[in-house]
Design a protein around this ligand. Structure first.
Ligand SMILES: *Cc1c(COP(=O)(O)O)cnc(C)c1O
Length: 370
């Protein structure tokens, strides 16, 4: 039995006719850039998240960058974020000449620890950028409340991994000033290339984002601000539209799959990332905490079980970022980066595979620690 880490083939097989029809339709009408599917997708995503505006864009990274640009963030500004994330989070901040200020994480969820944010706020703090890691929203109400107390600092949720998740009944991407997601193929809602989207309820920010996406253009050849070439292709929008047809079901499958892993791993006595009762995760990654990670991964690979590490090094220890923060000021991140391990996860995973993964993992833990 060969187990895929993320099963994109099963998803394609299930949606093949819809995806093919959507692609054919774009090839027939020929509006490859800003075609009708772009608006159609944005309208559907507005309905899904409940946010007032959706601005599709070239990628999750571009979504973060454009959001910071729309808020006017630049040289000398500070943006509070987590070091326990994919590099794009801090990269977008640094690209604009602003400084990522790293705040440590909660040891059980791996999300930014809201209790530690206040101590890092200065007069230069221009945004707070929590990441909804592994598909579970960060403590957004707590973070919004802190931001409000300090002069209504904008909060950008990096929701690249959490599209479809909920927080106190509200949808991820619609939990703060701006929400950014990614349609990278392996994310919970993916396209077949690069894509992303930005959500906001603020009309002024939405208009700024629409202009920034099109080279700062407010009318044809009138460039009122500095922008980027940040559009999402019509073809990629068409593919996401086809995938949306089954997305509610997929979210449900991910939720059930996550709960099954929880139960089986708890029974086996293996430590795992926890979920808070007031939110749901879409389990972009399902992660456990292990000792002897390298030998465990090797053991699992030999048994046909692929694993991955999200992420092996916190950003404040990366060569390009380590001068921005004391390397040991986020000890929980440093410690957990050495022990997190992601197991196979997708909507089409199924109970048989999960049982086998946990069984082999439990055997491996015993073997490697013996
Ligand atoms: C994937 C990801 C991004 C970047 O998204 P792309 O579409 O690959 O540019 C940003 N932040 C986080 C947390 C991610 O997981």
């Amino acid at each position: 039995m060969s187990i895929p880490f993320i099963d994109l083939k099963a998803q394609y097989q299930a949606l093949k006719p819809q995806i093919q029809a959507r692609i054919d339709s774009v090839l027939e009408h020929g509006q490859y850039i800003m075609g009708p599917e772009v608006k159609e997708l944005e309208d559907k995503l507005v309905a899904f998240t409940g946010a007032k505006h959706c601005i599709s864009c070239a990628s999750g990274t571009e979504a973060l960058l454009m959001s910071l640009m729309a808020l006017g963030i630049g040289l000398g500004d500070e943006v509070i974020t987590t070091p326990f994330t994919f590099v794009a989070t801090a990269e977008a901040i640094a690209l604009l000449g602003a400084k990522p200020i790293f705040v440590d994480i909660e040891p059980d969820t791996c999300n930014i620890n809201a209790k530690l944010i206040e101590a890092k706020i200065t007069s230069r703090t221009k945004a707070i950028m929590p990441v909804s890691l592994y598909g579970q929203p960060a403590d957004m109400d707590e973070i919004n409340a802190i931001a409000y107390r300090y002069g209504n600092i904008p909060v950008i949720e990096d929701a690249a991994q959490s599209f479809g998740a909920t927080y106190k009944g509200r949808k991820s991407c619609n939990l703060s000033t701006i929400g950014c997601t990614s349609f990278f193929p392996s994310k919970p809602l993916g396209c077949y290339g690069d894509g992303g989207a930005i959500f906001t309820n603020d009309d002024v920010i939405a208009q700024a984002l629409r202009e920034i996406r099109l080279h700062g253009q407010s009318q044809r050849y009138v460039h009122t601000r500095i922008g980027v070439g940040g559009r999402m292709d019509t073809l990629q929008c068409a593919i996401v539209l086809a995938k949306l047809e089954r997305f509610d079901w997929e979210v449900q499958q991910r939720l059930e799959g996550g709960r099954r892993y929880n139960q089986k791993l708890d029974q086996a006595g293996i430590h795992r990332v926890q979920q808070r009762p007031d939110r749901t995760s879409v389990f972009a990654q399902y992660s456990v905490f292990v000792k002897e990670r390298e030998s465990l991964q090797k053991y699992l690979a030999e048994a046909g079980i692929p694993t991955a590490v999200h992420y092996p090094v916190p950003l404040n220890e990366q060569p390009a970022y380590k001068h921005l923060c004391c390397p040991d000021c986020t000890p929980v991140s440093s410690k957990l980066a050495k022990s997190v391990l992601s197991l196979p996860m997708s909507a089409d995973l199924g109970i048989v595979i999960q049982t086998r993964v946990v069984q082999v993992l439990a055997n491996a833990v015993e073997a490697t620690l013996a």
